[in-house]
Design a protein around this ligand. Structure first.
Ligand code: FAD
Ligand code: DLZ
Ligand code: SF4
Length: 516
């Protein structure tokens, strides 16, 4: 009466629903390194190394805990190359009476899984992924009760549900739900930025790195100096280190960008969280505890907790509610190919070059680099959202479609027509100049609006507003921008549009084959 328990590469949690309430003597856990998952987009080398190393460590830990583990390596000669193929081979080997699996993170994998019961002619229990605080159906019930999806209200529900930063009488600690008015200061000179905790590769990681260097040499990104946590123990150490060294300043400098500072006060915990090495509740609870102990101010703890129990849960709910149609959404009818400099970093725009460098070196860029530099530029330039989404899915070590797609299609490209965000996250050079130190040494002049030396974000911004005037003019949150546009002289408006067109003409489209 063997039960076969396939565990996917982003389900590496000892408390996983499929591993609970099972007699280990009657179960086989199946972990599969498969080619299809490594190349459905051509992931960053670091991301593949991270996932394979974490999977191998997790398998060793399970064996240590008394589980029987069937582990399929990428270079096993009989490896069929897909989840379904490997489950089929495991069913033939173990003759299980049923399959027990946790729902996957991605729509395309859910479609595969839904076919398993018929294909293998045994019952397949697909369990809810209760590592998330809000279930898929629970989110849909919340969303159906309202006209528009406002993250802030969802977040309050999650605060009430978890009790995090809540007083005994059900009020938000400090009297306010959201302390963003105290956050988002520009960077200033003299700040000390802590390094995240780095983990030297052990033998397992070194073996995987050699495999990745050999087999995925043509993929984007740098593999050397790999230092990510690959076990739950390491991830917990990284969490403790973050809370001690960076969280106190997280809120204040959450939106800052500084050349050569790749993490600032951000946690760099998303790869471990998304793999399952940490649970969202333990991360948020650790921040709340540090605040309760007097080590972390409320604005920092609240800002951080909102990202985890608010945004992270919200985008996951949105993904499952809006898929599959949202993947092809293109409300702004953008048609431009992705520029080549997203892959090479070869552009004179210093903010873009720096964000691509960080991305290439670490499989990381922090939220404002993703949203207000890389995403903003693509939206202003009218790049096809699906090419932008492919790029984001490839290049970040924390990228899985359930979290990447809503952030790209909804938040950053406004390609869903405003379902996720009521206003496009569009900004000109002035925003980047205020929040970073990039503009001073840049070859472009952030103060100039038009002409060959003007910051390209400026003319592109006005050109974007002009192109989409019919859609956005009546948006109350954009009234100020259109007020300014209206006050510009016609010649100035024409100059903006001509300057944007001239700049866009210089952009080289990406060569084929980087993403898929
Ligand atoms: P911190 O700044 O320390 O924040 C703490 C945690 O909050 C993160 O680890 C993450 O788990 C969560 N979080 C914060 N913002 C978001 C958000 N908008 N959506 C979901 N979780 C959030 N995050 C991913 O995990 N994977 C992605 O593929 C991804 N793609 C993105 C694409 C775009 C265009 C944008 C604008 C954002 C994207 N994000 C993605 C969200 C966010 O940028 C990253 O979670 C964050 O930069 C990870 O770094 P960190 O751990 O240092 O985050
Ligand atoms: C991203 C990824 C990669 C690169 N490789 C594997 C793998 O070999 N085996 C595996 O189980 N999972 C891998 N993953 C993660 C899966 O793509 C992820 O589990 C699904 O997309 C569901 O979210
Ligand atoms: Fe970026 Fe413009 Fe500033 Fe240069 S001047 S760094 S292109 S915002």
């Amino acid at each position: 009466m063997t039960i076969l328990i396939p565990v996917l590469g982003d389900q590496l949690s000892h408390g996983l629903a499929s591993l609970r309430d099972v007699d280990r003597a009657d179960a086989v856990v199946l972990l599969m390194e498969v080619a299809a998952e490594t190349v459905y987009v051509r992931h960053h080398k670091r991301k593949i190394a991270l996932i394979l190393s974490a999977m191998r460590h997790f398998a060793d830990e399970l064996r240590g805990d008394g589980w029987t583990v069937d582990y399929i390596r990428l270079d096993d000669p009989d490896n069929s190359g897909s989840f379904t193929g490997e489950v089929a081979r495991a069913v033939a080997r173990h003759r299980p009476s049923r399959l027990r699996v946790v729902e996957p993170g991605e729509w395309r994998v859910r479609e595969m899984m839904d076919g398993w019961a018929a294909r293998f002619a045994i019952p397949v229990d697909i369990l809810e992924d209760d590592r998330f605080l809000c279930g898929i159906l629970e989110f849909q019930t919340w969303a159906q009760a309202r006209n528009d999806l406002v993250m802030e209200y969802f977040y309050r529900e999650m605060r009430r549900k978890t009790g995090l930063l809540m007083t005994a009488d059900g009020k938000p600690e400090g009297g306010k739900w959201n302390l963003d008015s105290e956050n988002r200061a520009p960077p200033r000179r003299g700040l000390n930025y802590p390094e995240p905790m780095h983990f030297a590769p052990d033998e397992t990681t070194a073996n995987v790195m050699a495999l990745v260097a050999d087999r995925f040499a043509g993929h984007f990104g740098r593999l050397e100096k790999f230092a990510l946590p690959v076990t739950a123990t390491q991830a917990r150490a990284a969490l403790t280190h973050f809370i001690r060294t960076a969280l106190p300043d997280f809120g204040t400098y959450q939106d800052a960008m500084v050349t050569g500072q790749d993490w600032l006060y951000h946690s760099w915990l998303s790869p471990a969280l998304n793999l399952g090495l940490l649970t969202p509740l333990e991360v948020a609870q650790a921040a709340a505890d540090a605040h309760a102990a007097g080590d972390v101010p409320l604005n920092a703890a609240e800002g951080f907790i909102r990202q985890i129990i608010g945004w992270r849960e919200y985008v996951r709910g949105y993904y499952w509610m809006e898929m599959p149609d949202v993947a092809g959404a293109n409300a702004l009818e953008a048609t431009r190919p992705l520029p080549e400099f997203y892959w090479t970093g070869e552009t004179e725009m210093l903010c873009m070059a720096e964000a691509v460098r960080n991305t290439r070196d670490h499989g990381y860029a922090h939220h404002i680099q993703r949203l207000m530099v890389l995403g903003n530029f693509a939206m202003l330039a009218g790049v096809r959202p699906q090419e932008v989404a492919d790029w984001f899915l490839v290049v970040y070590a924390d990228a899985y479609e359930w979290v990447e797609l809503p952030n790209v299609i909804g938040m950053s490209q406004h390609a869903d027509g405003g379902r996720l965000a009521t206003k496009p996250y569009a900004g000109g050079g002035a925003y980047i100049n205020r929040m970073s130190d990039h503009c001073g040494p840049c070859r472009y002049d952030v103060k100039q609006k038009t002409g060959p030396d003007a910051c390209p974000f400026n003319a592109l911004y006005w050109d974007f507003l002009a192109r989409h005037e019919r859609r956005f003019r009546r948006n109350r949150r954009m009234a100020n921008m259109y007020g300014t546009w209206d006050r510009m002289k016609p010649e100035a408006r024409d100059a903006c549009r001509a300057s944007a067109a001239a700049f866009l003409d210089t952009i080289e489209p990406a060569a084929d084959g980087w993403a898929r």
